[in-house]
Design a protein around this ligand. Structure first.
Ligand code: ADP
Ligand code: MG
Length: 243
C-alpha cells in the first residue's frame, strides 16, 4: 500500500533520514520502532507530505505521491503533537473538524470508549495531557479510512483509555485496515504489530516480522531485544569516537 525508496531528509546539517526503503503491506499493522530522534516522526510526516524529502520517492498504491494531495484523503493521521486551537471548547473543535471533513460517523462510540462526555464543555488549553490525547484519537478515528498513520497514539493514556485504545485497534485490524504506528510501549507493539520496522539513526536497522526481530536479537521479549540492539549500537558508536 505504501512504499518508500531511498528516502533522504536533512534538517540543516543533520541527516535525519539516510535512505529509507520500506514497504507497508495493506490490511496489516506495521510498527515503526526506534529510539528518540531516530527519525520516526520525520518519516511519517514525509509520507503525509508535511515534510519535503531531499531525495527519494514515496508511493501510495503504486503511484508516486510527490506534488499530489488527494491520496491524503484516504489517510487518518494522528500527529505526535496536536496543534489544536487552544481557546476552543472540545465540542467546538469536534464541530469544526466535522465542518471540514464531514460527519464523523463513529463519534459517539469513541466518546464512550474514551469517556469524553464530561470534557466536551472544557477549553482545549485546560485539558490534561491524557484527555488531549483522547480528543486527538477521537478526531482521527471518527472518520473511516483504509489507512491510519498513528504517531505515538498511546502516549499519556490512563489504563482505562489504554484498554479502550487496544480494543479499538484490534477491531480495526479485524476490519483489515492498514495501520502504521510508532510507539514506545513495547507491550502494545507486541500485541498489535504484525510487522516491525526498526529505525536507528535514520536508517532501517531491521524490517520484517516481529518474531524475526526477536530471533535476530537473540531475545524472547521485545523490550529486551530493542534495548540489546540499542546498547550494541551505543557501544559501536563509542568505539568510533575513541579511535
Ligand atoms: P523520532 O520521532 O524518532 O523521535 P524525529 O523524526 O522527531 O525522531 O526527529 C529526528 C531528528 O530530527 C531529531 O534529531 C530531531 O531533533 C530532528 N528534527 C525533527 N524535526 C526537525 C525540524 N523541523 N527542524 C530541525 N530538526 C528537526
Ligand atoms: Mg516522534
Amino acid at each position: 500500500m505504501l512504499e518508500t525508496r531511498d528516502l533522504k531528509k536533512r534538517f540543516g546539517r543533520l541527516d535525519v533520514l539516510k535512505g529509507i526503503d520500506i514497504r507497508i503491506k495493506s490490511g496489516i499493522t506495521t510498527a515503526i520502532l526506534g529510539p528518540n530522534g531516530s527519525g520516526k516522526t520525520t518519516l511519517l510526516k514525509s509520507i503525509l507530505g508535511q515534510v519535503r524529502p531531499k531525495s527519494g520517492e514515496i508511493y501510495f498504491k503504486g503511484q508516486p505521491v510527490s506534488g499530489k494531495w488527494e491520496y491524503r484523503k484516504e489517510i487518518g493521521y494522528l500527529p505526535q503533537s496536536s496543534n489544536f486551537p487552544e481557546n476552543l471548547k472540545v465540542s467546538e473543535l469536534i464541530r469544526l473538524v466535522e465542518d471540514i471533513r464531514g460527519r464523523g460517523d463513529r463519534k459517539n462510540h469513541l466518546m464512550d470508549i474514551f469517556n469524553l462526555n464530561p470534557s466536551l464543555g472544557k477549553r482545549i488549553k485546560n485539558l490534561s495531557g491524557g484527555t488531549r490525547q483522547k480528543v486527538n484519537l477521537l478526531l482521527t478515528f471518527m472518520f473511516d479510512c483504509p489507512l491510519y498513520i498513528l504517531d505515538e497514539p498511546a502516549s499519556g493514556l490512563d489504563p482505562v483509555a489504554m484498554l479502550g485504545f487496544r480494543e479499538l485497534i484490534l477491531s480495526l485490524k479485524e476490519q483489515e485496515k492498514t495501520i502504521l504506528v510508532t510507539t514506545h510501549i513495547m507491550g502494545l507493539a507486541e500485541e498489535i504489530a504484525d510487522e516491525v520496522v526498526f529505525l536507528l539513526e535514520g536508517k532501517v536497522y531491521f524490517t520484517g516480522a516481529l518474531r524475526d526481530l526477536l530471533a535476530h536479537a537473540g531475545e524472547y521479549n521485545l523490550e529486551r531485544a530493542i534495548a540489546e540492539i540499542m546498547m550494541k549500537q551505543h557501544g559501536k558508536n563509542s568505539e568510533i569516537q575513541l579511535v
